[in-house]
Write a protein that binds this ligand. Structure first.
Ligand SMILES: Nc1nc2c(c(=O)[nH]1)N[C@H]1C(S)=C(S)[C@@H](COP(=O)(O)OP(=O)(O)OC[C@H]3O[C@@H](n4cnc5c(=O)[nH]c(N)nc54)[C@H](O)[C@@H]3O)O[C@H]1N2
Ligand SMILES: Nc1nc2c(c(=O)[nH]1)N[C@H]1C(S)=C(S)[C@@H](COP(=O)(O)OP(=O)(O)OC[C@H]3O[C@@H](n4cnc5c(=O)[nH]c(N)nc54)[C@H](O)[C@@H]3O)O[C@H]1N2
Ligand code: SF4
Ligand SMILES: [Mo]
Length: 768
């Protein structure tokens, strides 16, 4: 018999509450936590599979250094010293543009993303590559233009809407919002509620829908342009909402929608007009909430897709109103990056710009492989597997090999780690502190801090602690006075960090030259009493939260306490004291705490979430104008047919299939009793190409070719083949399946933001 401990899932941003039975330092059982502050007795298969992820023979226990063609065990002291010296020498010779970080993951651990961005700031480099540049770039850029911020995003609120729309999102399998399956089932069973699914195939989610719009793959932008034109033509738009909240609408309506030939557009999209009229009527008469994902984010014209969906919300009065809410978070997900600001770096070779500080992942390999003097030469990677998960993996591998210094922190010898000069053993979120400050739903903010439930194994270290030790050895964190360490110790002992904040403020006043290193100074002084960089980063994120002063903590019952008189005189410090109280509550409560409630007044809510200075929703944007205008029935029909002779099918390169979690679920025990690695194809296509169930087939694209057994299923749309995302991983010396990014190309990126186009890859499938 082991001991049951409360924790949260490690595998996606939702952080479902879990209880784990731990015996002999191993997870032996997992069940959903009924007391969680965000999920009630709910988790998915990934969370339940945690034990296969945590303990297996491939876990790394010691630091490794490449010597010739193999790796040798070295000490932490040697690793830290050598890496710091080599990285520093490269920066001294070529400047900070030669240095970069990639990874950070948007999974349930945001410690790496939070710390490593600060590490780059201190070094003076903007080379930050995060999965933002691989799925959200188009969406977050559109939020920046329309709402004035890239750091938050909108999502359907199932508590307030009558209609749930899944657009390019297979949520029944992906569980990409809180208690997804539970909500989908409830909507499906309730005769007063409705589910609409827009997806070119009969996905598991589409099967539960009341209306399935089975559009031709890659035609979402064309469909959306037509749909908005149809709404205007009928006069069904929410004019009161547009007049009250929006600006630029007249321009957008005149140049993009009025007079647009929507009948021709629907024909190219292969959707019946009657269904579009019905859809337009539902969208303009009911409260609806949207869940969109990779069908939109990684589809053709993905930035236009996101921009037009936000426009559709505004036109129907559903943006930041009724069904679509802002997913707030106390921890800033980053700062909005204005690509027109001359101080923001353009990538030297491709000229690409960052969104929310993160560059397009597809651009990284071409940049490293270029001969530009400003190219990246030293790279640190953690919580990411670019040689497997990023577009054009062969090119990524070649780029990693070209680097003068590559350091990878991982829990296994990943496909990326295999190319490194140093591979350092990280901990999982079960072995150290980890935090996730994504909001659970539009209805509340709940914060959680995972505490370690597994004791020390081998010489594994917290990822961020590894990076901290290296930047400290590089000399980017100054020596601190003993008084600051003492203040930190006392603050943690007394569970009140206000005196520490005052001591820190005093120190910084005399040392303005250290301003860029402030977060690292906090980590250094707090490290001993906190025992963890992640735990410190969570506290730092809370006390610098952009949500301070919004009244959210107070509505959830949090106040500053009455210990310090100074709090009544300094409003900013008072707000920080409230966040400090929240930190304490979260730190004391492993199941998480509801610590923020949104503004209840709908008008004030909308007002608060519009970040443009004029407090208006901006529906016109000159940067996207030409892109939208080019999306016409004629041009799209020609572009969609362009490759069809040589590549008669389309490939969804990387369905996020059940049981997997990108490349984290490496252990094949996760898939026992299943045969998940296949090419899925529609029965009519199989007949057309004379292929049989189970037969080995070859899939060829412009990027490369892989083989897999054929699975014939009505779940695949006609003309649309699918390969799962999470294969091609090594375990126990064997590689399971082939990996889908051997089929994708670095040049197939969205024209605006550079987000990859994984869901529209022309291909052919033949018998081997
Ligand atoms: N089990 C499991 N769950 C996961 C993950 C996992 O690997 N496994 N990964 C997690 C992560 S990181 C993410 S980002 C999410 C992804 O979650 P999803 O985005 O839901 O995953 P996909 O399987 O890509 O589903 C996208 C849907 O879009 C459809 N689609 C394809 N092309 C088009 C198109 O042109 N237009 C439209 N409208 N739809 C299209 C596809 O048919 C598919 O049903 O899942 C998360 N959850
Ligand atoms: N063709 C194609 N490519 C895709 C997609 C697709 O649909 N098609 N989907 C894209 C999407 S949506 C995403 S989000 C990305 C994901 O791409 P990445 O962000 O690169 O994530 P992973 O590939 O899962 O790599 C995560 C790495 O972190 C390690 N790791 C996991 N958990 C821990 C931990 O707790 N501690 C430590 N130290 N390490 C850990 C894992 O071993 C793994 O090597 O893939 C993208 N790539
Ligand atoms: S939905 Fe699944 S993967 Fe995501 S946090 Fe919950 S249990 Fe984990
Ligand atoms: Mo993702």
């Amino acid at each position: 018999m082991g001991t049951w401990k409360k924790t949260q899932c490690n595998f996606c941003g939702l952080s479902c509450g879990l209880e784990m039975e731990v015996e002999n330092n191993k997870i032996v059982n997992v069940r959903p936590d009924p007391d969680s502050s965000r999920t009630k007795d709910y988790c998915c298969r990934k969370g339940r599979s945690s034990k296969y992820f945590q303990d297996h023979e491939e876990r790394l226990d010691y630091p490794l250094k490449r010597v010739g063609d193999h790796f040798e065990r070295i000490s932490w002291e040697q690793a830290t010293k050598e890496i710091a010296e080599k990285a520093k020498a490269i920066i001294n010779k070529h400047g900070p543009r030669a240095f970069g970080y990639c990874g950070g993951a948007l999974a349930s651990g945001q410690g790496d993303a939070a710390f490593c961005k600060k590490m780059l700031d201190a070094i003076g480099s903007q080379n930050y590559y995060n999965p933002i540049g691989l799925e959200f770039a188009g969406n977050w850029w559109s939020h920046g233009k329309i709402l004035g911020t890239q750091a938050v995003y909108t999502e359907g609120d199932e508590d307030t809407c009558d209609v749930l729309i899944f657009w390019g999102s297979n949520s029944y399998v992906a569980h990409n919002f809180i208690e997804a399956r539970r909500h989908i089932r409830a909507f499906s069973e309730n005769p007063d509620k409705m589910i609409i699914d827009v997806d070119p195939r009969m996905s598991e989610t589409a099967r539960m829908a009341d209306m399935h719009v089975m559009l031709r793959p890659g035609t979402d932008s064309l469909l959306l342009r037509g749909l908005i034109a149809l709404i205007l033509d009928k006069g069904w738009q929410d004019q009161a909402f547009l007049d009250k909240w929006c600006t630029g609408w007249e321009n957008a309506a005149k140049l993009w929608f009025r007079g647009f030939d929507y009948l021709a557009a629907f024909e190219v999209c292969r959707v019946p007009y009657q269904q579009m009229e019905e859809l337009a009527r539902v969208l303009t008469t009911k409260t609806w909430g949207l869940h969109q994902d990779l069908g939109i984010f990684c589809g053709r014209h993905n930035t236009c897709n996101s921009y037009l969906l936000l426009t559709l919300m505004a036109v129907t009065g559903n943006l930041l109103y009724k069904g679509n809410k802002m997913v707030d978070s106390y921890a800033a997900r980053g700062t909005t990056t204005n690509e027109n600001d001359p101080s923001v770096w353009r990538l030297p070779e491709t000229g690409r710009f960052p969104v929310l500080a993160s560059y397009p992942t597809g651009a990284m390999a071409p940049e490293i492989l270029s001969d530009h003097p400003d190219r990246m030469r030293a790279l640190f990677i953690s919580m990411g597997n670019p040689a497997r998960s990023w577009p054009d993996s062969k090119r990524v591998a070649a780029a990693l090999d070209r680097l003068e210094l590559l350091v990878v922190v991982d829990i296994v010898m990943s496909e990326t780690a295999q190319h490194a000069d140093y591979v350092l053993p990280g901990k999982t979120g079960f072995e150290t502190y980890e935090f996730n400050v994504f909001q659970a739903s539009g209805a509340y903010i709940s914060c959680m801090l995972k505490h370690p439930i597994i004791g020390q194994i081998g010489e594994r270290k917290e990822n961020t602690r590894i990076w901290f030790d290296i930047v400290d050895a590089m000399g980017y964190i100054p020596e601190l006075p003993q008084s600051l360490y003492d203040a930190a110790e006392k603050a943690m002992r007394e569970k009140d960090r206000i005196p520490y904040l005052l001591a820190l403020q005093k120190f910084m006043k005399g040392h303005m030259e250290y301003a860029k290193a402030l977060p690292l100074i906090i980590c250094k002084s707090m490290l001993k009493p906190m025992g963890s960089i992640n735990r410190t980063m969570m506290w730092a994120a809370l006390i610098t939260s952009p949500m301070m002063g919004t009244g959210m903590p107070e509505r959830a019952g949090f106040g500053p306490g009455d210990k310090h008189k100074i709090l009544t005189k300094v409003p900013k410090l008072r707000q920080m004291a409230i966040m400090d109280q929240i930190f304490q509550a979260v730190d004391d409560t492993p199941q998480g705490v509801v610590c923020g409630l949104p503004e209840p007044d709908p008008d004030k809510y909308t007002q608060m979430h519009i970040c443009h200075q004029d407090k208006k929703i901006h529906l016109w944007c000159s940067e996207i104008d030409q892109n939208i205008r080019r999306i016409t029935p004629e041009k799209e029909a020609a572009a969609l047919d362009e490759d069809s002779r040589e590549y008669p099918l389309l490939l969804s390169a990387g369905r996020h299939a059940d049981g997997g979690d990108n490349t984290s679920m490496r252990n094949p025990a996760t898939y026992q009793y299943r045969k998940p690695y296949t090419v899925m194809m529609n029965p009519e296509d199989a007949e057309r190409f004379n292929l049989r169930e189970g037969q080995e087939v070859r899939v060829t694209t412009k990027g490369g070719s892989v083989t897999a057994p054929l699975e014939i299923s009505c779940q695949a749309g006609r003309g649309y083949a699918l390969i799962p995302h999470q294969f091609g991983l090594k375990f126990g010396g064997k590689t399971y399946g082939q990996h889908v990014n051997e089929l994708t190309r670095a040049e197939d990126l969205d024209e605006l933001t550079g987000n990859p186009i994984f869901r529209y890859v022309p291909c052919r499938v033949e018998a081997v």
